[in-house]
Write a protein that binds this ligand. Structure first.
Ligand code: GLA
Length: 390
């Protein structure tokens, strides 16, 4: 009898740890991959997704860690008489597409909304959550971005505490539907961060949660979002990440120094690295920036600690991310415009908790700077000097 009670207790303990364990399993480090929206928007199609998968492999991006191939909005067709959703004519065989992606050692992501319509006006999951989760699992989907869209409009009629609870419940509902499928599926919350999604995102099963509205391919918007993440570091941990939105690197709207700022900040923020460019037409410079192994190592560090703002004086900022081996990634940013030229930004390493001289690596220049007590970097306007110190 005692044995049976003990067995039951062990079973119950295991059961209660399943959600946390699953979350760890699917996003132990910030998810990396590609998403169709920033470049293709509603022009996404089966051939576009296959081409992205091909390019992830042939460019070496997969081997650098970019494994999720995520279809964003505009794949949805109509529901059949039983309520099952089918893809539109641009996706003739979703299961076949998943098989194609999986055969390349990649994973497939998809997109929906808790509302009746997605942001681009396609069919959402409202009232069909379990059916849709089952459909995704049957296709072999590995990642779901769940975007508030029309559900937010429905909530506008409600008093705000009621609206908040309904939103939270909608995300929890889909989380539970995904769990019921038994398939590990990364759950990406997209409701633009308000109110304080980092407080409740993990409780509704979010592996990542968008902290802001949409990014655009220009420095001002990227910087507004990226530098606006100050203070959120404590909410990130393995399995649960703040998401300042997808990458714009390679889309053409920013200068190389600006894209380096984008990559460096996202690395320090332990942000998901979801490339948003056309991978089939990348320049070697874009590829080199996306696949810089030392930058990725900072982002993917297994301690899973998000970096935060360490110091700021006007347009000059220093951000620091602690890493598993005791070293620190240090980003020295010059937010003044490119016309103002280089600015000297000084970091004294004892202020970072290093009492003696440290070894310093200039990450983007792949250069060791020997043992130092402090360092003055010449940082270009809108640019960054990214250091790894130990
Ligand atoms: C919202 C999201 C974007 C994208 C579009 C698709 O704007 O924030 O990332 O998914 O919807 O319609």
């Amino acid at each position: 009898m005692r044995l049976r009670v003990a067995g039951l207790l062990i079973f119950l303990v295991c059961l209660s740890t399943v959600p946390a364990a699953m979350a760890q399993q699917v996003a132990a480090t910030p998810p990396m991959g590609w998403n169709s929206w920033n470049h293709f928007a509603e022009k996404v199609s089966d051939p576009v997704v296959r081409a992205a998968a091909d390019a992830l492999v042939s460019s070496g991006m997969r081997d650098a860690g970019y494994v999720y191939v995520n279809i964003d909005d505009a794949w949805q067709g109509k529901r059949d008489e039983k309520g099952f959703l089918h893809p539109n004519e641009k996706f003739p065989d979703m299961k076949g597409l998943a098989d194609y992606v999986h055969a390349k050692g990649l994973k497939l992501g998809i997109y929906s909304s808790p509302g009746p319509k997605t942001c681009a006006g396609f069919e959402g999951s409202y009232g069909h959550e379990e059916q849709d989760a089952q459909t995704y699992a049957a296709w072999g989907i590995d990642y779901l971005k769940y975007d508030l869209c029309s559900f937010g409009e429905m909530l506008m009629k409600e008093a705000s505490p009621v609206a908040f609870q309904k939103m939270v419940d909608a995300y929890k509902n889909m989380h539970e539907a995904l769990q019921k499928t038994g398939r590990p599926i990364v759950f990406s919350l997209c409701q633009y961060g308000v109110p304080a999604v980092w407080h409740w995102g993990p409780d509704v099963g979010g592996n990542l949660w968008r902290t802001t509205g949409d990014i655009n391919d220009n420095y001002d918007r990227m910087a507004e979002i990226g530098f606006g993440q100050a203070g959120l570091a404590k909410y990130a941990k393995p399995g649960h990440w703040n998401d300042p939105d997808m990458l714009e690197v390679g889309n053409g709207g920013m200068k190389p120094d600006e894209y380096r700022t984008h990559m460096s900040l996202w690395a320090i923020l332990a942000a998901p690295l979801l490339a948003g460019n056309d991978l089939s037409k990348m320049t070697p410079e874009t590829l080199a920036m996306l696949t810089n192994r030392e930058v990725i190592a900072i982002n993917q560090d297994k301690a899973g600690m998000q970096g935060d703002r360490f110091w700021a004086e006007g347009p000059y900022e220093i951000w620091v991310k602690p890493l598993a081996d005791g070293s620190k990634a240090v980003g020295l940013f010059n937010r003044a415009g490119p016309l103002t030229g280089n600015a000297p930004i000084k970091i004294a390493f004892k202020d970072l908790g290093f009492p003696v001289a440290v070894k310093v690596r200039d990450v983007w220049n792949a250069k060791d700077l020997s043992a130092l007590e402090d360092y003055v970097a010449e940082v270009p306007g809108h640019g960054v000097v990214l250091l790894r110190v130990k």
